[in-house]
Ligand binder design. Sequence first.
Ligand SMILES: Cc1cc2nc3c(=O)[nH]c(=O)nc-3n(C[C@H](O)[C@H](O)[C@H](O)COP(=O)(O)OP(=O)(O)OC[C@H]3O[C@@H](n4cnc5c(N)ncnc54)[C@H](O)[C@@H]3O)c2cc1C
Length: 393
Amino acid sequence: MKNSKKTLLIVGGGFAGMTIITQTYKQFNIVLLDQKSYFEFVPSVFNAFIHPESIFDLTLQFKQSKFGVLFIQGKLTHIENNIAYYQGGQIEFDYCAITIGSNYTNPIKSTIPKLSDRFIELKKTQQKIIESQTILIIGGGTVGVELACEIKAAYKQKTVAIITKGKILSTMPKSASVYAKKRIQDLGIEFKEDYKGPSLDSNFDLVFNCKGNTYENIRLDDNFEMFDSKKQFLVDDYLKIRTNSNIFCAGDICLSSQNETKTAFSAEMQGEIIAYNLKHPNKQIKSYWIPNTYIISLGGWKAIFIFESFTFGGFLPYLMKLFIEVVVVNDFRGVIGFNIIHQIMNYIVYMMLYIYMIIQLLLAIAPLGSKIKQDQRVELKRIQQEIEEFKKQ
Ligand SMILES: Cc1cc2nc3c(=O)[nH]c(=O)nc-3n(C[C@H](O)[C@H](O)[C@H](O)COP(=O)(O)OP(=O)(O)OC[C@H]3O[C@@H](n4cnc5c(N)ncnc54)[C@H](O)[C@@H]3O)c2cc1C
């Protein structure tokens, strides 16, 4: 008998794509199209620069998926109506989720198709780091800071420098930037903020470009315009491509009206919204507020945890990141029990958001309360004075 389930095409098996798979595989025939044959837990990649064999703990091969997914390896080139074209073929779908993420310079975010070749790429990177005495990181955002700290913590004798055209961690809360700068100084990393001088590449043995994400140029339908200047897809409140209600989009590649910070967590949360909307076509939900949360590794078992404007650093955030890595990778591998732990973890983040909002509200009200008390004290004093004067009379 022919299977009556609809076909859901997921393009890109990253954080957003894998979240959709884990939550809809029972309801849909899922086809996964990815240019690579494996998922990679990108946030921990710098550990694999120092210990390349750790890449096997950070990855899973799509072919071994336990979710009954049909995996096709290929690079999406364009979509017209309900057909997706990739180099080498085409796939017809009922629904599609575009979750192709963003690009970053090699070897930080790799497009290498096979995991065994990715391992070789990381071994070569490790070798280059070992052989280089002076290393320059261009960019002082989260990626640049993580990379500099990981290298310097592992190879203390090397000269590691960061140059950045703005400030260190300029998009993060001030306390995170202060903590990171202190760590950078303690490790002996040289850094120059507001750098506008000439290229310093030739002064260093090895240079890593950490200037930020770039995006693929993918055409959907000839008639539709859906890119902004950065080539992200514009979506509506339900995370659908504005011009095609059967195509959803999440993660780094998606530009929603909330303009959330692009993180693995926000990619997962958007994946959850899409999974819900696919399963409940008659009561779809709008994209909700996604808290800005991030953990930045600072080498040597140290990290900073950032939650909206609240931050704290040390060993605990490092442990939290390790825990998240194990939970996410094992959930995406389909290991029993990890999906529920992953869900609980995400609920805790939302509980934290509520607590955070209550604290913010109390902090906003507190000065108001003390103003009222002050007014009452002035009034009381005035009455006491009047009584005193009355007694004197
Ligand atoms: C070094 C580094 C460290 C980071 N650290 C953190 C962190 O600590 N915490 C955090 O929350 N975020 C972190 N981020 C950001 C986080 O990794 C991204 O926000 C997240 O990976 C986005 O998930 P995604 O599902 O949108 O895309 P991705 O995870 O990038 O997955 C996209 C997938 O689509 C595939 N693909 C791409 N183009 C095509 C195509 N044309 N056809 C077919 N398949 C395609 C790719 O092969 C990939 O498998 C970090 C990023 C970097 C680079």
